[in-house]
Design a protein around this ligand. Structure first.
Ligand code: S3P
Length: 434
């Protein structure tokens, strides 16, 4: 599917974005291994989370869905999952989070299961979860380090694991396996990755200590308590209308109830350092997470250097940062971000290639990129490379460009934000399907 995007002078309104994708995956998985009924409201009904829902059902769990955004999960405890049968692989579709988190849970089971996915997922690195899970005692086979993954679990030992890359998915897989292990599991992370798993496990009664990026989990002597919650709106989805409103000169936008967990809001800090006017109001807590309303005013922004821990705290926001940087005065440099090459697309290569088609001055580097701004973007025909966040960033680029932009392959947006186009239209953007 293609989208046709026209230039846009203003985005007006007060809206919220759908439920957080990372929290939606976790609420479902952790509800499934709890004992008792968990009700999850504000769940994200997007393709990636649907992959987790289908996978958990394939493992024999009963989950009702009275609304597209509401799940009732009938948890049967840590060992309540059932073998999916030997011939059928569990289809994680395009979702890396589904595969890596589920690998941690499967490592603790007494049956064998295979996890597979779409062509895009089959290229993504899985040795990073396979290796610590093997150290804990599971048997994990990969296909040259990539999916499919075949996991035979049981009899795990806690480990002290220093993660070579800062990855919340790897950390979560090891902590989930740690629930099933003998002795404590320690994960040492090189930077502050998103901590939704830790927050949820604590809410479910698990003893977990965190200090200086070291997390220590004690296997629970009792079953996990059910965890009913309302999922906060996804900051990573909010990032697209947020940047669009900063750049469209007559905008006035409020994004309501957005998750502002500090392990996720690196982009907010970066944009504010660039001079963006984004005010936080009505700060409160929802589903064990901090949330706030974000009021955005059009702003003159300038280039900066983004590196180190900030990169981890905004790991999904680089496509949209690149669009903002193309409109900023001076140079924006991104370093320490080679992980971007291993996402839904090689995001360093794809964002550089596609924004260049629109006239951006962007230079690809091994571990990031450098952008000179501001440049008047011009409408062009651009490609999404199967990457939902690249697709939405290119739509925003189209809104600030002169002339018409055609975004090809925009169906990828449904992986995380199926209502994106309608939300943007409601704010005043002229976007239609071709
Ligand atoms: C996620 C962690 C991040 C992020 C992904 C979701 C999660 O991946 O890019 O979109 O829910 O844990 P890594 O753990 O590979 O950095």
């Amino acid at each position: 599917m293609n989208l046709r995007v026209q230039p846009c002078e203003s985005l007006h309104g007060s809206v919220t974005t759908p439920g957080d994708k990372s929290i939606s995956h976790r609420a479902l998985l952790l509800g499934a291994i709890a004992e008792g009924v968990s009700v999850v409201r504000g769940w994200l009904p997007a393709a990636d989370c649907q992959a987790t829902l289908d996978a958990v059902r394939a493992l024999g769990m009963t989950i009702d869905q009275p609304l597209s955004t509401e799940l009732v999960i009938y948890g049967r405890g840590l060992y309540g999952l059932r073998s999916p049968g030997s011939d059928a692989a569990i289809d994680c579709q395009g979702s890396g989070t589904t595969m890596r988190l589920l690998a941690g849970v499967l490592a603790g089971q007494t049956f064998t299961a295979t996890l597979d996915g779409h062509a895009g997922l089959r290229h993504r690195p899985m040795e990073r979860v396979a290796s610590p899970l093997r150290q804990m005692g599971a048997t994990v086979e990969t296909h040259d380090g990539c999916p499919p993954l075949t996991i035979s679990g049981g009899d795990l030992q806690g480990i002290d694991y220093a993660m070579p890359v800062a990855s919340a998915q790897v950390k979560s897989a090891v902590l989930l396996a740690g629930l099933y292990a003998q002795g404590e599991t320690v994960v040492r992370q090189p930077g502050p990755t998103r901590d939704h798993t830790e927050r949820m496990l604590k809410a479910q009664g698990v003893r977990l200590r965190e200090r200086d990026n070291i997390i220590t989990l004690t296997p629970p002597p009792q079953p996990l308590a059910p965890n009913s919650l309302t999922v906060p709106a996804d900051f990573s989805s909010a990032a697209f209308p947020l940047v669009a409103a900063l750049l469209a000169p007559d905008s006035d936008l409020t994004l309501e109830g957005i998750g502002i967990n500090p392990t996720r809001t690196g982009l907010l800090d970066v944009l504010q350092r660039m001079g963006a006017q984004v005010a936080l109001g009505n700060e409160r807590e929802q589903g064990g997470e901090p949330v706030a309303d974000l009021a955005i005013r059009p702003s003159q922004i300038h280039g900066i250097v983004v590196c180190g821990d900030t990169v981890v705290r905004m790991i999904d926001e680089f496509p949209i940062l690149a669009v903002a940087a193309s409109q900023a005065q001076g140079e924006t440099i991104v370093r320490d971000a080679s992980e971007l090459r291993l996402k839904e697309s090689d995001r360093i290569a794809t964002i550089a290639a596609e924004l260049r088609k629109m006239g951006a001055d962007i230079e690809e580097q091994d571990d990031g990129f450098a952008i000179q701004g501001p440049v008047r973007l011009r409408g062009a025909r651009v490609q999404c490379h199967g990457d939902h966040r690249l697709a939405m960033a290119l739509v925003v680029a189209g809104l600030v460009a002169d002339g018409e932009t055609i975004v090809e392959g925009s169906q990828a947006i449904a992986d995380s934000f199926p209502g994106f186009v309608n939300l943007m239209r409601g704010l005043g953007a002229a976007i239609d399907g071709t």
